[in-house]
Design a protein around this ligand. Structure first.
Ligand SMILES: C[S@@+](CC[C@H](N)C(=O)[O-])C[C@H]1O[C@@H](n2cnc3c(N)ncnc32)[C@H](O)[C@@H]1O
Length: 245
């Protein structure tokens, strides 16, 4: 069972592939898009929910999404068609690091996708290359709220704590102008939704060749979360501007 299909099924009831509520996403987009006429680029856009929400509420906004997952991009395109947004949304299937654009963007997003560039600082460098003067970056990244166990490090990978993460961002020439720290409720909702949607699909498709593997994947993920990183992992979404032009 490939990762794209797992992610597609697991996000059935939590379209944003990150632990943020609808309210938090809307509030961040309101701050990031004050004019409603901005050009937006999302590198690692997944099913495109951030872009779709940005465009849906702002008829003057145009968006470009980049991702390597055909399944996620198909879902983004089909939601865009259903919402009548296709004429303002362009999707590219390619590695984010390979994306070149004919013009800079007022807002560049990377939410839960810094692995596409090899970590936090390379991601900020890459986003900056696409940013118009005075533009915003919206960066969603994990951090350790409490010191991780070796098992958490295996599951999640290397992260810093929140003050260190923000220090790294500011030392690279960025100033946070707003931010959101995912609450315990948002993180729990995301994980219950991820594991629960995948498990429910498996139970609904007992004869599907991928059913047993889907259930095993959901069970293993739930155990890693409840027995491990639920106690240590946090997620921050930072709205950033260049400190100096
Ligand atoms: C956790 S999901 C986040 C999706 C989206 N940003 C959101 O918040 O809903 C991470 C996404 O990064 C994509 N991704 C991973 N490596 C990538 C790469 N090298 N280039 C572009 N996208 C990549 C995955 O396919 C996946 O859709």
């Amino acid at each position: 069972m490939n990762r794209e299909l797992i992610s597609h099924l697991a996000h059935a009831h939590h379209p944003v592939a990150a632990p943020l509520s609808d309210t938090a996403v809307a509030r961040l987009l309101d701050r990031a898009l004050p004019r409603g006429t901005e050009r937006v680029l999302d590198l690692g856009c997944g099913p495109g929910e951030w872009l779709l929400r940005a465009l849906r509420d702002r008829p003057g906004t145009r968006g470009v999404g980049v991702d390597i997952s055909a399944t996620a991009l198909d879902r983004a395109a089909s939601t865009a068609r259903a919402l009548g947004l296709s004429d303002r949304l362009t999707l590219h299937r390619q590695p984010a690091a390979d994306h070149t654009a004919p013009h800079p963007y007022d807002l560049v997003l990377s939410i839960g996708a810094t692995h596409a560039f090899g970590g936090l600082l390379p991601t900020l460098d890459a986003l900056r290359a696409h940013l118009a003067p005075g533009g915003h970056v919206l960066l969603g990244e994990g951090y350790w709220e409490h010191p991780p166990t070796p098992g958490d490090l295996d599951t999640i990978g290397p992260l810093a704590d929140l003050p260190t993460t923000v220090d790294q961002v500011t030392a690279a020439g960025w100033t946070p102008v707003y931010g959101h720290l995912s609450t315990r409720e948002e993180r729990d909702d995301y994980e219950w939704s991820w594991t629960g949607s995948l498990a429910a699909w498996a139970l609904d498709h007992p004869d599907h060749p991928d059913g047993a593997e889907a259930l095993a994947t959901a069970t293993a993920h739930r155990a890693e979360w409840l027995g491990g990183y639920r106690a240590t992992w946090g997620f921050a979404t930072l709205l950033l501007r260049r400190t100096t032009a």
